[in-house]
Design a protein around this ligand. Structure first.
Ligand code: UT7
Length: 339
């Protein structure tokens, strides 16, 4: 499939990153006391060693607000400068109002328009592209794009196939209209591609709790409001789609994999990430991984990893950064950023 054509001029730049991970750590050994599993299986099949679990009194908006505050501090902007807040999440505080509106209240961003995006693990890159369109059309100048999840609320702690995989956390970026510097301006988002395949909704979903299958006393015991995944099938689609999206995003930016300084992929499985690095012919040193510490935090993985790579000095001015994600829907997306 040919890559869709790029806009003639992109004028959105990431000017600050931030993240917040809850304090409580749940290790593989802790999980082996709850379900029939062990550290060896989880580490060798996924790369995950531990994950963070939010406190009972922490909602997704609390994680998101703290990540947002940190991103605003890094960007040097005040809450009143923010004109748009998009929260990507599959674990909103409630059905409505949106988590973005709740974040707006918590951080005091009175001038923002706020809404959520549901694209599962691809949500942050979907939100980044939506924010970029708002900015590139002149509608808004400064936006907060947040990926935040409290996935521990969607986990069936009796299902070893899924409970070992996920964790809680939040990451955020501030993006701003910046017409100076052309395509080499720092933090410039050079390209984004997105895709969806609704024929494969059944492979990864939380089937209950919505309008199709409300929770009732009769169905509550079968836990329909938890994550159900066909792991092996999802794995195959993840590799294919992430690779395709990454190649398209690079092509759209007029670059190749050889130009990439660092890949920041969705953190679902170290084997998926290695397969993509292999097929892009990139050494694993040029791929950022933190899933050993956090597991899969869905929409939060990429902004958290971006912030950690930034703080660790792994992003140098002028570097080409490739972001790529895949998730339920299925959905997938990739962005190229000039740091
Ligand atoms: O974020 C959105 C995208 N998500 C993904 O991309 C995730 C994609 N999928 C995966 O990462 C992998 O498929 C999993 C990590 C979920 C599973 O790994 P797998 O190598 O595909 O294992 P499997 O599901 O094929 O299971 C292999 C065996 C099974 O036992 P039998 O039937 O061969 O006897 C499972 O019952 O491993 C067993 N198993 C476990 N054993 C110990 C499954 N989960 C566990 C566990 N501990 N936690």
């Amino acid at each position: 499939m040919p890559a869709p054509s790029n806009q003639p001029f992109c004028a959105s730049s990431i000017i600050g990153t931030g993240s917040y991970m809850p304090e409580k750590i749940l290790t593989n050994d802790d999980l082996s006391k709850i379900v029939e599993t062990n550290d060896e299986w989880i580490t060798s099949r996924t790369g995950i060693k531990e994950r963070r679990i939010a406190a009972d009194d922490q909602a997704t908006s609390d994680l998101a607000s703290e990540a947002a505050r940190r991103a605003m501090t890094a960007a040097g902007v005040k809450p009143e400068d923010i004109q748009l807040i998009i929260v990507a999440t599959v674990t909103p505080d409630m059905f409505f109002p949106s988590t973005a509106c709740i974040v707006q209240k918590k951080i005091g961003a009175a001038n923002a328009v706020c809404f959520d995006i549901s694209a599962a693990c691809s949500g942050f890159l979907y939100a980044l592209q939506v924010a970029r369109h708002f900015i590139n059309t002149g509608n808004r100048t400064t936006a907060l794009v947040i990926g935040a999840e409290k996935l521990s609320t969607l986990i069936n702690w009796k299902d070893r196939n899924t409970c070992v995989l996920f964790g809680d956390g939040a990451g955020a970026v501030v993006i701003r209209r910046d017409d100076a510097g052309g395509m080499n301006a720092p933090g410039r988002v050079l390209s984004t591609v997105m895709g969806s395949d609704g024929n494969l909704t059944d492979l990864l979903k939380v089937p209950g709790g919505g309008s199709a299958c409300p929770i009732t006393p009769e169905n509550a015991d079968s836990r329909p409001n938890t994550i159900h995944m066909e792991g092996r099938e999802t794995f195959k689609h993840a590799v294919t789609r992430m690779l395709e999206a990454a190649q398209q995003a690079l092509e759209m930016a007029g670059l190749t994999a050889a130009d990439v300084s660092l890949v920041i992929p969705h953190q679902a499985n170290a084997r998926i990430i290695s397969a993509i690095a292999d097929r892009l012919d990139l050494p694993i040193e040029r791929v950022f991984m933190n899933l050993d510490k956090y597991g899969n935090t869905s929409a939060a993985t990429i902004p958290v990893a971006l912030d950690e790579a930034n703080k660790a000095g792994r992003l140098k001015k002028g570097d080409v950064i490739l972001l790529v994600a895949f998730g339920g829907g299925f959905t997938w997306a990739s962005s190229v950023v000039r740091w």
